[in-house]
Write a protein that binds this ligand. Structure first.
Ligand code: ADP
Ligand code: MG
Length: 487
């Protein structure tokens, strides 16, 4: 018994040793990955805690640090720990003030520890130095009053934004605000929509337009950056400066506001900045992935204020808009891309414009590199892996349902023995679609259609193909069904 216990103790202390060695290696890895500045600011603040069953506890001295590290590095930390140690399955980040003794046992040398403690202040000083340099480097005055502004992406202009039904309202609002900032009814401008639909593009376009018109100071930053700045200013005890900088701009744009959900002190700061600016007749522009009323987790008073100006949503793209965007981008690239290829892409990649653009760029780069024109074949080949990810898994049940609905027949007729044309033809179409949209074999498909033979399925596929060639309106119906099932 006693022996077993002492073994346990020995084992526990050797585990602790291995854990701290693992932690050292993980920190080195992260240092390489995130760079010195980020490392000092965040990772170095982490103190290794005990192993609780399969969960390793890591401590951070403040809640906002914990939240930040969790949001930014949580997954990475977990996967690095899992790679390092078979004992660790999960990482738990907790808030705890750490004593100097603990920090030094955290495989930190003393020099490192004190560097960690002064790390944030040091970074704030680095920022300040960069700021000075910018000023002496002669940033055109009036444009950017301070380093609050991320340089705007020159490609994101109103001219390069393709307008269609889903985004015309948001576009019109953006133009209007760029022409007459802070006019009643348009302050704040709240743009929302899914990922990759052009929110950032429109914000940059507003910024560039305003700067071209001159004499306006514009600050653009992501909500994440806002929080980072805010925290850094708190640590460096320079909140007042930060507040003053923010409150001195004419136009403040905050991108991806949903990031502030759950980050209460940053939200509060933003709320005050927001009020101060609006009261002073300055323009606020905000983007998010949802409408103000759907951003649950934001404080009510902030949501209310956000909804007080103009709220404009960008809807999911339509096929037509995707084609127009692809045409515009292909034209701008100077490389000829056949219309068939553009149509193919617009059918296949329906989620967001960024991916659509990425696919087209890849095709063009490939064509330039190998010195051959873009064709439908080369497209399918070059984008194989990308397109696979977009293939939605359509089930045979879904196909049967949609097809039955389309031709107004009963779902049970998909597997019934009835051979009347009005029933048999839709059934054949469903088989054809099952062959093209799923990876099921012919016998498997046959079984789903009332235990029919695989030759029946084969016949259906051939027959539908022929009919599509002969009858354009039939072909159109089948294509339509296919598109609906794929999207
Ligand atoms: P979001 O901020 O909504 O996630 P972005 O503004 O970053 O999306 O847009 C993603 C990419 O798609 C950018 O390269 C942008 O230029 C492009 N894009 C989006 N919508 C359009 C559009 N209507 N016309 C031209 N390009 C667009
Ligand atoms: Mg964006």
């Amino acid at each position: 018994m006693e022996k077993a216990q002492s073994q346990d103790v020995a084992m526990a202390s050797s585990d602790a040793l291995t854990l701290s060695e693992s932690w050292g290696r993980i920190r080195d890895r992260l240092k390489g990955e995130v760079g010195d500045v980020e490392y000092r600011m965040w990772i170095q603040q982490i103190v290794l805690g005990p192993l609780d069953e399969d969960e390793i506890i890591l401590y951070l001295p403040e809640r906002f640090l914990r939240d930040w590290v969790r949001a930014q590095y949580g997954e990475r930390l977990q996967s690095l720990w899992q790679q390092e140690s078979s004992l660790v399955h999960r990482v738990e980040l907790q808030v705890r003030k750490t004593s100097p003794a603990e920090s030094s046992s955290n495989t930190n040398t003393h020099a490192e520890t004190s560097a960690a403690q002064s790390g944030i202040a040091a970074i704030a000083r680095e920022d300040a130095a960069a700021l000075d340099q910018q000023a002496t480097g002669g940033a055109p005055s009036g444009e950017v009053r301070n380093d609050l502004a991320v340089p705007l992406d020159k490609r994101f202009t109103f001219d390069s934004f393709v307008v269609g039904k889903p985004n015309e309202f948001a576009y019109a609002c953006a133009r209007r605000v760029a022409e007459r900032p802070a006019s009643p009814g348009f302050n704040p401008l709240f743009l929302y929509g899914g990922v990759g639909l052009g929110k950032t593009h429109l914000m940059h376009a507003i910024g560039s337009e305003l700067i071209t018109r001159g004499n306006v100071s514009v600050a653009y930053m992501s909500a994440e950056k806002f929080m980072y700045r805010f925290i850094a200013s708190m640590q460096a005890k320079s909140q007042m400066e930060f507040k003053e900088q923010l409150r001195s701009v004419d136009v403040l744009m905050i991108d991806d506001l949903q990031f502030l959900i759950g980050k209460n002190s940053t939200q509060e700061e933003f709320f005050h900045t927001f009020n101060a600016l609006v009261d002073a007749g300055r323009q606020i522009i905000v983007s998010a992935d949802k409408s103000p009323s759907d951003l649950s987790g934001l404080e009510d008073r902030l949501r209310t204020r956000l909804g007080c100006g103009m709220v404009a949503d960008i809807h999911a793209t339509t096929f037509e808009l995707r084609i127009s965007i692809l045409e515009a981008k292909a034209r701008a690239s100077g490389t000829p891309v056949p219309a068939k290829v553009l149509e193919y892409l617009a059918h296949k990649i329906t989620t967001n414009v960024r991916e659509l653009e990425g696919a087209l760029n890849r095709l063009i780069a490939h064509a330039d590199l190998v010195g051959r024109p873009v064709t439908l074949e080369s497209t399918q080949d070059v984008l194989k892996d990308m397109l696979k990810a977009h293939e939605r898994r359509v089930t045979i049940d879904e196909i049967q349902r949609k097809v039955a609905e389309h031709w107004n027949i009963r779902l049970t007729d998909m597997s019934s023995a009835r051979r009347a044309r009005a029933v048999a033809r839709p059934r054949q179409v469903a088989m054809y679609l099952a062959k093209h949209l799923t990876s099921r074999s012919l016998p498997e498909i046959g079984r789903k259609f009332g235990n029919r033979d695989h030759t029946t399925v084969m016949h259906a596929v051939t027959r539908v193909t022929e009919l599509m060639e002969q009858d354009p309106s039939f072909a159109e119906s089948v294509e339509l069904l296919k598109r609906m099932l794929e999207s």
